[in-house]
Design a binder for this molecule. Structure first.
Ligand code: HEM
Length: 158
């Protein structure tokens, strides 16, 4: 059956669109927004752009999670989670969980409102925090991709 190949293709396409978007926001969008003169314009533009990206990210997070768990279940890989050589499997699930909570719970509930309030009081500090959060998630995602691409082709590092 081709379901495993299809799941892998969709998993990789999902990861590219999702983490590629995180890369764009971190390395292009946020540094550009920082150069905006007016602070109001800065937060308005960033929120509009990230709001659009959040919609796509919700879809791709769902796709990556479904295809990932399909592969784990079909190939009965559950025991990998008990073996530290498969640290990248743990990282994949961790990244997925962080984004799922951020995009499906925290952002719609209060993150959006809280960021706006904080940006009014302390625009520089808020920008720094938002940038740092994106940078950390981006770095962790790249480490995960390296581990997963190597690991699923037999190179487990240790
Ligand atoms: C619920 C979350 C996830 C699950 C259950 C999951 C599961 C899997 C599984 C089972 C594989 C195949 C492993 C193998 O063939 O040995 C895989 C491959 C992969 N995953 Fe995930 N994954 C998840 C999230 C992610 C995330 C968030 C990323 C990126 C940050 C990611 C990136 C990759 C990459 C790059 C591969 C390698 C594809 C290849 O080279 O063939 N995954 N994933």
């Amino acid at each position: 059956m081709y379901d495993l190949a299809i799941a892998r293709i969709l998993h990789i396409v999902g990861v590219i669109l999702w983490i590629g978007g995180v890369a764009f926001v971190t390395t292009v969008l946020l540094p550009t927004v920082k150069q905006f003169k007016s602070k109001e314009e800065r937060i308005d533009f960033f929120e509009k752009a990230e709001h659009r990206f959040a919609r796509q990210a919700r879809l791709t997070t769902l796709l990556v999670g479904l295809t990932g768990f399909h592969m784990v279940a079909r190939l009965n890989m559950w025991e990998r989670f008990l073996d530290i050589s498969y640290w990248w499997m743990h990282l994949m699930v961790l990244i997925w969980l962080i984004f799922t909570i951020l995009l499906f719970v925290l952002e719609p509930l209060f993150l959006h409102k809280k960021m706006r309030e904080k940006a009014e009081i302390d625009p520089e500090g808020t920008y720094r925090r938002v940038y740092k959060m994106h940078l950390h998630l981006f770095i962790l995602s790249i480490i995960t991709i390296i581990g997963a691409a190597a690991g699923s082709h037999g190179w487990l590092f240790f």
